[in-house]
Design a binder for this molecule. Structure first.
Ligand SMILES: NC(=O)c1ccc[n+]([C@@H]2O[C@H](COP(=O)([O-])OP(=O)(O)OC[C@H]3O[C@@H](n4cnc5c(N)ncnc54)[C@H](O)[C@@H]3O)[C@@H](O)[C@H]2O)c1
Length: 245
């Protein structure tokens, strides 16, 4: 059985990823700055194996403790899903009006966080000579909707980070790829602030419906599983054909 860390697992897409990974037979480390008791209980109720950890991905010591706790509980770190983000809480404004603190917070979570988590698991993956890292980006990178330049820039940095890590970790048998969701309107409070968004995007897709978190699961399982050992440094867009990579 393989052990996969999912950051940002307390809710949203991270919760769905955690449940799907557990259903597929992986042991899941549900890591989040928010409490993860609920998702751990859900996994255990379905017969899966999970460890919940309170982790701040921006903090090196916290990410190192996450890797250590995973090794102590499961004996290996086979996958990392860098999903945690400063996203639904983001303050939207014109690019020249974004507060410096807001900009830095976005990059701290979305970019430094993914880098620190990868750095924390890399020693174990190198030693094992295998591992899969999936960094979550966003369709805002190719489409760049106005109003949150800091988020778009941070998610573009994720693509570069994946490629740099793929280059450095490839010789150790570790694959690093980017998974790019489209807008998923499961957060109704967030969605209600921009009700035009979901129908507008649906109209642009080859497959004319709203995106669901579950639509990402097949690609995620492939990137974490044994059939993708020659796939690294790539970006996977799961968007119903709204734009072509
Ligand atoms: N929902 C969408 O439409 C959408 C679209 C494209 C990309 N994404 C990306 O998918 C991922 C999940 O999105 P979501 O909609 O579930 O986001 P969300 O904002 O609902 O959840 C993010 C999670 O990250 C956690 N988190 C925030 N800061 C943290 C920190 N410092 N340390 C640890 N955990 C922290 C939060 O507690 C939360 O559980 C994110 O990377 C997001 O950028 C989402």
């Amino acid at each position: 059985m393989s052990a996969v860390i999912v950051t940002g697992a307390a809710g949203g897409i991270g919760r769905v990823f955690s449940l799907a990974l557990a259903d597929a037979g992986h042991s899941v480390v549900a890591a989040d700055i928010a409490p993860t008791n609920a998702v751990v209980e859900e996994i255990e109720a379905r017969g899966g194996s999970a460890l919940g950890l309170r982790v701040d991905v921006c903090d090196r010591a916290s990410t190192l403790a996450m890797a250590q706790a995973t090794l102590e509980r499961f004996g290996s770190i086979d996958g990392l899903v860098n999903n945690a983000a400063y996203y639904t809480a983001i303050v939207k404004s014109d690019f020249d009006q974004i507060d410096v603190e807001e900009w830095d917070r976005c990059f701290a979570v979305n970019v430094r966080g993914q880098w620190l988590c990868a750095a924390a698991v890399a020693p174990a993956m190198r030693e094992q000579r295998r591992g899969k890292i999936v960094n979550v980006s966003s369709m805002t990178v190719p489409t760049a909707p106005p109003g949150f330049a800091h988020y778009v820039a941070s998610k573009a940095a994720v693509v570069g980070l994946s490629r740099a890590l793929a280059r450095e970790l490839g010789e150790h048998g570790v694959c690093v790829n980017t998974l790019t969701p489209d807008y998923i309107a499961f957060d109704r409070e967030y969605d209600n602030r921009q009700p035009e968004m979901a129908p507008m995007l649906t109209a642009q897709r080859c497959i004319r419906r709203e995106a669901q978190s579950e639509d990402l699961v097949g690609t995620l399982l492939h990137l974490l599983g044994p059939g993708s050992d020659f796939v690294t440094g790539q970006s996977f867009w799961v968007n119903g054909g709204r734009a072509f990579s």
